[in-house]
Write a protein that binds this ligand. Structure first.
Ligand SMILES: NC(=O)c1ccc[n+]([C@@H]2O[C@H](COP(=O)([O-])OP(=O)(O)OC[C@H]3O[C@@H](n4cnc5c(N)ncnc54)[C@H](O)[C@@H]3O)[C@@H](O)[C@H]2O)c1
Length: 253
């Protein structure tokens, strides 16, 4: 396996580690020798991921973090910094789709607001909490998981597409804010990866999305974790404000 990190001297907080991409990323980073902070609103699932890492010989600490509850964010990052004495990276995988397979006029504004609070406002709050810690050491890697839906707009997913587009814009702006420092801020735009989030979508919505992938398959969790690991490693040092593609050829820009 390619090693991206120094053993035991690199700490990354991963948000959304109870499930799917966040969980796979946390497990992969731990295998790379990274000290992993597991953050999620789902405390039981989150602690299970941290335990799986420790059972496998890795180092992990779990902290409750609901990105829609402002007061939980700073203490969660404090827990990670206290446990490991440093915070080198933040990977934000917390996200929800809200209601899908509906037309724009059918969007329920309360649902839209919740999707916004998790996918975009939550990313802003996490950035506000993490960046000063990284700037103090002039080193950091921030990665927010956006979506191909934010680049292209998926029919049936107005709230999701709009908030992921907003996240891509946020990353473009933050990348420029800190471009002359050692802190990079990037995004990742996956197409479809089979996780509990996708399994919960209406089948028509999943078919719509997978039919658009030129490689005619979904992404694998291992493919996502590898790319995330590289982006938050020291090796990825000349890219900031960028949205990396992981779409099996759907996005060529
Ligand atoms: N799976 C895909 O095909 C796909 C494609 C593109 C983008 N994404 C994005 O990747 C990220 C991870 O998605 P996934 O497929 O692993 O989903 P998932 O539902 O399997 O996992 C999402 C995790 O985020 C956590 N979470 C949700 N709301 C939260 C909150 N308010 N505070 C803290 N944690 C919260 C959940 O508890 C869960 O553990 C999301 O941002 C999603 O939009 C996924």
């Amino acid at each position: 396996m390619v090693k991206y990190f120094p053993d035991g001297a690199y700490a990354v907080a991963v948000v959304g580690t109870a499930s799917g991409i966040g969980r796979a990323t946390a497990l992969f980073l731990a295998k790379q020798g990274v000290l992993v902070g597991c953050l999620d609103r789902d405390t039981a699932g989150n602690e299970a991921t941290a335990k799986a890492i420790r059972d496998g010989g890795g180092k992990a600490v779990a902290a409750h973090c609901d990105v829609t509850e402002d007061a939980t964010i700073v203490p969660a990052l404090d827990t990670v910094e206290r446990a490991f004495g440093r915070l080198d990276g933040l990977v934000n995988c917390a996200g929800i789709t809200g209601r899908t397979n509906i037309q724009g006029h059918q969007v329920d504004v309360a649902d839209f607001d919740l999707v916004y609070r998790v996918n975009l406002r939550g990313a802003m709050l996490l950035s506000i909490a993490a960046l000063p810690r990284m700037l103090a050491r002039d080193y950091g890697r921030v990665l927010h998981v956006a979506s191909i839906a934010g680049k292209e707009g998926n029919a049936g997913m107005a709230a999701y597409s709009a908030t992921k587009a907003g996240l891509i814009g946020l990353v473009k702006s933050l990348g420029k804010d800190y471009a002359t420092t050692g802190v990079t801020i990037n995004a990742l735009a996956p197409a479809v990866v089979r996780t509990p989030m996708v399994d919960a979508l209406p089948e028509a919505q999943v078919t719509y999305m997978t039919d658009k992938i030129p490689m005619r398959r979904c992404g694998e969790l291992d493919e996502v974790a590898h790319m995330i690991a590289w982006i938050v490693s020291p090796a990825c040092s000349f890219s900031t404000g960028f949205t990396f593609d992981l779409s099996g050829g759907r996005a060529t820009y």
